[in-house]
Design a protein around this ligand. Structure first.
Ligand code: DQA
Length: 144
């Protein structure tokens, strides 16, 4: 099983970025944790600050990946293009949206996700551990 894990803008700064909200784990820590818990899953982990990269990468998943875990970061709240990209492959490559923080407890602008409607589910508020939980849910769905 091959899973693409996508991370959007500013998530490269995890570890030092507002740790009271996002925790002290870096993206590399999260990647190591996921690969440790799921050694049999082929996990490809990527981060970009570019919306275009994310859209291109999602569009390339058909036939290459079985599923997507995505933290679109700020693009969650703004990107119809990302929603369209996820929707375009959703019949073959299901996605799970993950957020480190519980965005519903934060500024109102973060309460709405444009991208979640193109995903099979959404998981938030468990910091880095949420990625492993999201992968567990995705693997379960792919195997059922
Ligand atoms: C985030 C929440 C977003 O609102 C924010 O823009 C991020 C991170 C999260 O993981 O909690 O960059 O996606």
């Amino acid at each position: 099983m091959k899973i693409l894990v996508l991370n959007g803008p500013n998530l490269n700064l995890l570890g030092t970025r507002e740790p009271e909200i996002y925790g002290y784990e870096t993206l590399a820590d999260i990647e190591t944790e996921m690969k440790g818990v799921f050694p049999d899953v082929d996990i490809e982990f990527r981060q970009t600050n570019s919306e275009a990269d994310l859209i291109t990468w999602i569009g390339e998943t058909r036939g290459r990946f079985d599923g997507i875990i995505i933290n679109p970061a700020a693009l969650t709240h703004t990107s119809l293009g990302l929603y369209d990209a996820l929707k375009a492959v959703s019949d073959a490559v299901p996605a799970v949206e993950v957020h480190l923080s519980n965005t519903h407890t934060r500024e109102e602008i973060r309460h709405k996700s444009l991208t979640a409607g193109a995903c099979i589910g959404q998981l938030m508020g468990f910091r880095g551990f949420g990625y492993t939980l999201a992968l567990r849910a995705l693997v379960h769905r792919l195997q059922s």
